[in-house]
Design a protein around this ligand. Structure first.
Ligand SMILES: Nc1nc2c(ncn2[C@@H]2O[C@H](COP(=O)(O)OP(=O)(O)OP(=O)(O)O)[C@@H](O)[C@H]2O)c(=O)[nH]1
Length: 363
């Protein structure tokens, strides 16, 4: 590539990242809930068949079928809201009819409690919707308790049976609450991990980004100030990258960046760090390395980049070169000062013809 005036600082590239949205997580949670509800209603179905309560048996057959339909509906974006509303209404109707049929002592109104976290988890709900949802659930819970205290249930069961039912419903309620909270907590932790990874990774190359490496370097520098360990910095800048982009296209440039990052990554020792520092600039942080070792590493990187060949879309074989600035951390200076010295060396390397390693000795 032809020579041109060296550029001092390349600009940072914007990180574009994958992110599993909170809506997707809510959908997963809702699907898990629907499957669980279906299984629970199958158990109720058997139970009411054993107790010979035909009304609740019929209602549970209807519920199982309804959950099946809701699960199918969850596969289609347009039907999702309706599926969720139907599932909500089913739980409310199930709690209501079962409590009226068997009395509050059966504990069926406890099932309403499992809906409380869902009022808050739905990401589309605003404050008013949440408050309304909570008030409706509270009203239903208290109302059902009151009505069944004032009126006899439709079906009379033995005290012992009611006790078992109440305990069962209490357990289902706790398991339901626990499951919802667990799924939500796990998805929150996953979101946190995703965000951390997004904040520290460069999407194009998969390398750590500037922020992540700077954070590590600042920690190392703080630790090593007292211990007097070596630390060296190598700045790598690909030569004439603008020309490469202009000649072969930006997508090809991206590929070259990604391949070069992979190549450099392979040459790193465990413990050393490599980051995409800016557009076509990379930074290598060498822990426990003095200047001589840093120069060796820089030479090795320079040679491996120069030896790498690429094939353009037109089938043309080409290679690129890089200029590297090397320096050693002085032990009592800020990390930025050390990087700036490596940058000065790099700039000198560009002026001196590129494809070379330039060293800045700390004074
Ligand atoms: N394809 C691609 N190009 C990028 C990316 N980030 C920065 N660049 C390009 O890298 C080029 C850097 O150009 P300059 O700063 O002039 O440097 P150069 O052409 O490499 O010249 P020297 O550094 O002086 O050898 C610009 O054209 C940027 O658009 C990227 O993520 N992908």
């Amino acid at each position: 590539m032809a020579a041109s005036t060296p550029t001092k600082r390349p600009s940072d590239s914007l990180p574009i990242t994958r992110f599993t949205s909170v809506v997707v997580r809510f959908r997963r949670l809702a699907t898990t809930g629907l499957i669980t509800a279906m299984v629970v209603h199958l158990i109720f179905l058997v139970l009411f068949w054993l107790l010979d309560i035909w009304l609740l048996m019929a209602f549970n057959i209807f519920s199982v079928l309804l959950y099946g339909l809701c699960l199918i509906g969850m596969r289609f974006p347009a039907l999702r809201p309706m599926s969720l509303v139907l599932a909500w209404l089913e739980i409310i109707a199930h709690a209501g009819i079962s409590t009226l049929a068997l009395g509050a002592a059966s504990g069926f109104h406890y099932l309403l409690l499992a809906l409380v976290p869902l009022v808050y988890i739905d990401p589309r709900g605003d404050v008013l919707t949440r408050l309304t949802g909570l008030l409706i659930l509270t009203g239903l819970f208290v109302g059902l308790d009151l009505i069944s205290t004032l009126h006899d249930p439709w079906f009379l069961l033995r005290e012992e049976t009611l006790l078992w039912l109440r305990m069962g419903n209490g357990i289902i309620c706790f398991i339901g609450l626990g499951t919802v909270i667990n799924v939500y907590a796990r998805s929150s932790r996953q979101s946190e991990r995703d965000l951390r990874s997004m904040a520290s990774t460069d999407l194009l190359t998969g390398l750590r980004n500037r922020r992540s490496l700077t954070d590590e370097a600042l920690l190392l520098v703080a630790e090593r100030r007292s211990v007097n360990h070596h630390l060296a910095v190598v700045l790598v800048d690909l030569d004439h990258f603008k020309q490469l982009n202009d000649r072969y296209g930006h997508a090809f440039g991206d590929q070259v960046l990604a391949d070069t990052a992979r190549l450099m990554n392979r040459t790193m020792r465990p413990g050393d760090s490599l980051a995409r520092w800016g557009g076509e600039e990379f930074l290598i942080l060498l822990t426990d390395a003095d200047l001589d070792r840093a120069i060796c590493v820089a030479e090795r990187v320079r040679e491996s980049i120069a030896a790498q060949t690429f094939r353009s879309d037109e089938g043309e074989s080409l290679s690129i070169t890089a200029t590297l600035g090397v320096t050693e951390w002085r032990g009592n200076e800020e990390f930025e000062v050390c990087v700036s010295r490596a940058d000065d060396a790099l700039y000198l390397g560009k002026q001196n013809g590129r494809d070379r390693v330039e060293v800045a000795k700390p004074r």
